[in-house]
Design a protein around this ligand. Structure first.
Ligand SMILES: [Zn+2]
Length: 233
């Protein structure tokens, strides 16, 4: 595990998608799970710090895309963790509704190749134990952790923010490719205008450390590049 801040880590060695690990008082909290099959790599990396999958108490989901919830079912089976997700993402996680991408999304040779290259496989359905929404606080995870709704990439995407630590987990609201902030990929985004409004919402926060769903975290002074990016949208 790579340390980002005291008690905050990211799993290393995953092919696509970030998994963050928070040392909560009663055990570990994960944010997102990467793709189906990633549970093996997560277990291996947790073991470097002396943890097993059974130490996972809860899993927070930013949004129901296969590179974020693919390993969820397997992790829940191995840990009996509680799963937290937004009401609009929950039916997708439970397998009651199909995944949402762009309104004009078509399963094409390109998108299939793209997914295959990234190691994106299935999305086995999983339970959700707690529905989260804007303004909810999650003190069991971190004393001041808040839920912030950032719809657009998906309709029920959420971010998680600790004002005291100026720490933001933004899901795929903004991504970081090659060190540069980017919009999420259009083919996989439900409403780009709404996605841009959500980025402006995040830019109003005081953020030092910004943890993306894709790309390496920014560990110092994240508000400056985030505001510059939001201003150009
Ligand atoms: Zn996504």
């Amino acid at each position: 595990m790579h340390k980002i801040l005291d008690g905050i880590y990211t799993i290393q060695g995953l092919r696509v998608g970030r998994v963050y690990v928070i040392q909560s008082t009663d055990g570990l909290t994960l944010i997102d799970t990467s793709v189906e099959g990633a549970e093996h790599g997560i277990a291996r990396d947790l073991a470097h710090k002396g943890y097993t999958l059974k130490d996972i108490r809860r899993i927070l989901i930013t949004h129901a895309h296969p590179d974020h919830v693919g390993a969820l079912a397997a992790l829940v089976r191995a840990s009996s963790a509680q799963v937290y997700a937004h009401a609009l993402e929950t039916p997708i996680i439970r397998g009651e509704k199909s995944v949402t991408y762009a309104p004009n999304y078509r399963d094409t040779a390109f998108t299939r190749l793209f997914s295959a290259l990234l190691g994106i496989r299935g999305m086995p359905s999983a339970q959700v134990d707690r529905i989260i929404a804007e303004g909810d606080s999650l003190p069991e995870v971190l004393p001041d952790l808040q839920v912030i709704e950032v719809p657009g990439h998906t309709y029920g995407q959420v971010a998680f923010y600790s004002p005291a630590r100026k720490l933001l987990f933004c899901g795929d609201a903004v991504v970081r490719f090659g060190g540069r902030l980017s919009l999420p990929l259009a083919a996989f985004t439900s409403d780009m205008a709404q996605a841009k409004r959500s980025i402006k919402k995040l830019a109003a926060l005081d953020v030092e450390t910004l943890c993306f769903g894709h790309g390496a975290p920014i560990t110092h002074g994240a508000s400056a590049p985030l505001r510059a990016f939001a201003n150009d949208l």
